[in-house]
Design a protein. Structure first.
Length: 309
């Protein structure tokens, strides 16, 4: 198989540059050859003539990039259809052009039943709470379920807004002072263990916020070191199994209400921590694992790792 010459690949790469990138290169070449190099080489008798030669050719380089910008702009805006024109996609070989139906035999068709259209069956949602359901909840839904659990117990609570939460996911208000009496940290890590580091970070938040009590809730489990730190610092650890037991102890109507809330819509695809919308599955390249990426990329470059990857 014949290989393309490197020069052809380089030329194609230059032509494929967005127009604004080529404009940036043009401006940068003017600044480099007319200002930066003459100033840097002014005191060198050998480089000064060279800088003057580059300054004389500065507009030649800039013109080349301005030409690329013009070609890229024509290519980009020339391919866009007019705003008021409806684009009709061409028929593919798999989709033949519809033709006029053949004459129908009314008597024969009267005895032929209409074709049956089979609709895809949507996946059934869980009808009861289970540890597997808790493991499958995406991180934001898990936080909201924890917050709703406290609400069902009559405890005033609120989740922190999207973005950096400062180590606090939920604030609990158990009196009328208006000041949070407890804080909650949540980790929807599937079946993974929570180590001692996140527990120590929660202890630091308690000290900074001057809050005497905290809860750490996870869908997975806690390591022995995490349990040791929590037991001596007024931090209650609630793992997935304990959370399931607490939910099962709710009244039947409250338990069903929490189940419907937990499984409403897409409850397994993680939410973008920055944009607050469901993320998309991105295939890893070069042997790297798959990951979750934001639909607003490249405006939002937030990513999350996949469980088990």
């Amino acid at each position: 198989m014949a290989r393309r010459k490197p020069k052809q690949n380089f030329d194609q790469m230059l032509i494929a540059l967005p127009w604004y990138v080529s404009v940036g290169f043009a401006v940068a070449s003017l600044i480099l050859f007319k200002q930066i190099l003459p100033a840097m080489w002014a005191g060198n008798m050998f480089l000064k003539p060279l800088s003057q030669a580059f300054a004389a050719m500065a507009w030649l380089f800039a013109g080349f990039f301005f030409l690329l910008a013009a070609l890229a702009a024509l290519r980009e805006f020339g391919q866009r259809p007019p705003a008021n024109k409806r684009v009709i996609p061409p028929l593919t070989p798999a989709t033949p052009r519809p033709s006029a139906p053949p004459p129908r035999d009314v008597v024969a068709d009267a005895h032929v039943p209409p074709p049956t259209i089979t609709k895809p069956t949507p996946p059934s949602k869980p009808q009861a709470w289970s540890l597997a359901l808790i493991h499958s909840l995406e991180w934001k839904r898990f936080e909201d379920v924890c917050q709703q659990f406290y609400q069902l117990h009559g405890i005033k609570s609120e989740t922190t807004p999207l973005g950096p939460d400062g180590g606090i996911d939920i604030r609990l208000y158990q009196d009328d002072s208006g000041k949070a009496t407890s804080i909650v940290q949540c980790k929807a890590w599937g079946e993974r263990y929570v180590g001692v580091k996140p527990v120590r970070e929660l202890l630091g938040v308690m000290t900074h916020e001057k809050i005497p009590k905290a809860f750490f809730m996870t869908s997975g489990k806690f390591s022995d070191d995490a349990k040791l730190v929590a037991s001596s610092n007024h931090i209650s650890l609630i793992d997935g199994a304990m959370m399931l037991t607490m939910i099962e102890r709710l009244p039947a109507d409250a338990k069903q209400q929490l189940l419907e809330f937990a499984t409403r819509g897409d409850y397994t695809t993680p939410t973008c921590p920055h944009c607050g919308i469901p993320m998309r599955h991105v295939a890893g390249k070069g042997g790297r694992p798959d990951f979750w990426g934001c639909h607003n990329y490249p405006r939002c470059k937030q990513t999350l790792g996949m469980r088990g990857c």
